[in-house]
Design a protein around this ligand. Structure first.
Ligand SMILES: Cc1cc2nc3c(=O)[nH]c(=O)nc-3n(C[C@H](O)[C@H](O)[C@H](O)COP(=O)(O)OP(=O)(O)OC[C@H]3O[C@@H](n4cnc5c(N)ncnc54)[C@H](O)[C@@H]3O)c2cc1C
Length: 385
């Protein structure tokens, strides 16, 4: 099947971010949107992640965005008519060093001032939420009961189906190969794909870990770097674990799915940067020892499946969103590190609003690519992995 010859907006990348943007554009009345993806839906990080959704952050913008995203998640199944297995068992964060505990105190105070139900917990209080925890070495914990976990695949399919119903064309196995431009490369005329040329003046780069590659086709340099992150899933166990547990010092995180599997991962800083979807024995060793130290009774559980995906890292742990100065009509929606899945519901809505109404959003100014040139780097302390 060839692509249509022209479109109002072309979205590069049919992961959660691109599909959320496309869906919200169509909902806002833009009828001529095309999404192209070189792989299958869920082939990128959106089909390879832990499905964690949380409002516990260290910056006010992330807290407020995620309050809205969690609200969208809670209505997603009824709105999209698809079960996304959304379960609000909370996130339990653990810290082991005094310096991180200090940062956690500040983050929790900020979250509470934004209206979150987050509580600071002593190690003993954390055991009330997960009695199986070994809290040796844990300095402080925090818990927000409204955080949760979704099953990522139906979430992606839900956006894709809903967007298509509203007239969006979604082309999988369709790779963007380049762009035609005018005005010495500063204006987009068309997107060249493996299935034909689409004339357009507006493109959203939602290619995740591949977004620098796509931007480079237009001569735009993004500072993002792909970084492989591994994850695994065990045999199903009788439900016992309510929250997603995340250790801010080791990067360990794990939750129990609605099917009973323990799904989780851990930081592995020795992985070189670059797109890579391999699995390693080293990861299993790191994960197993961190998990057994935290919940010793899981020492006997059998790992059934192991896979990996790419985080899309930026130098200041904040994404790159909105227009770029170099090329008119070229919009970014990338650099979402290890938390783009949870951000996509709200980001898709905001980016679509921006594209339709052309109203300046302060958030997009903060997250603009230009901040790297201007030295206005941001920060975020509650990053996992
Ligand atoms: C192991 C792991 C665990 C994670 N856990 C969580 C979590 O618990 N919670 C959370 O919120 N986030 C998590 N993340 C991060 C999250 O998965 C990502 O931030 C999010 O899925 C990014 O979505 P995306 O649509 O931007 O990118 P992707 O899903 O990667 O989609 C990009 C798409 O672009 C396509 N593409 C690339 N180049 C081209 C081209 N030239 N032409 C056409 N198409 C192209 C790719 O095929 C791909 O499908 C995790 C990530 C990993 C790897």
């Amino acid at each position: 099947m060839t692509v249509k010859s022209s479109a109002e907006i072309v979205v590069v990348g049919g992961g959660i971010m691109g599909l959320s943007v496309a869906y919200h554009l169509a909902r806002a009345g833009v009828r001529d949107v095309v999404v192209v993806d070189k792989s299958y839906l869920c082939g990128g990080a959106s089909g390879r992640n832990g499905g964690g959704v949380r409002a516990q952050w260290s910056s006010e913008s992330n807290i407020r965005l995620m309050q809205e995203s969690i609200r969208i998640c809670s209505e997603f199944a009824s709105e999209m008519k698809i079960n996304v297995w959304f379960r609000q068992g909370g996130y339990l964060f653990l810290t082991r060093s005094e310096s991180r505990a200090e940062q956690l105190r500040a983050s929790v105070a900020l979250q509470q001032s934004c209206g979150l139900r987050t509580e600071l917990l002593t190690p003993r209080e954390a055991k009330r939420i997960v009695p199986e925890l070994d809290t040796t070495g844990v300095a402080l914990a925090s818990y927000n009961p409204d955080d949760g976990v979704v099953f990522p695949w139906p979430f992606v399919w839900g956006y894709a189906q809903a967007a298509q119903k509203l007239g969006v064309e979604v082309h999988t196995h369709t790779e963007v190969l380049g762009f035609d431009t005018a005005n010495v490369g500063t204006r987009i005329e068309a997107v060249r794909t493996s299935k034909g040329r689409i004339a357009t003046h507006t493109v959203v780069n939602a290619a995740g870990a591949w977004s620098p590659e796509v931007a480079r086709m237009l001569g735009v340099e993004l500072p993002n770097t792909p970084h492989r992150h591994e994850i695994c899933s065990t045999e199903p166990l009788k439900p016992f674990l309510k929250p997603l547990v995340a250790d801010l010092d080791t990067g360990l995180y794990f939750s129990q799915s609605m099917r009973g599997e323990i799904v989780g991962g851990v930081s592995n800083e020795q992985v070189p940067h670059g797109v890579d979807h391999q699995s390693s024995a080293r990861f299993l060793g790191l994960y197993a020892s961190a998990l057994m130290r935290t919940v010793p009774i899981l020492g006997a559980v059998k790992v059934l499946r192991q896979w990996s995906g790419c985080y899309d890292l930026t130098p200041d742990a904040n994404p790159i969103v909105g227009p770029v100065d170099e090329v008119e009509g070229f919009h970014q929606a990338s650099g979402f590190m290890g938390h783009g899945f949870m951000m996509a519901p709200v980001m898709g809505k905001l980016l679509a609003q921006y594209l339709v109404e052309q109203t300046a959003l302060p958030l997009f100014d903060r997250w603009n690519l230009r901040r790297f040139k201007e030295g206005r780097l941001l920060s975020e302390g509650m990053i996992i992995g």
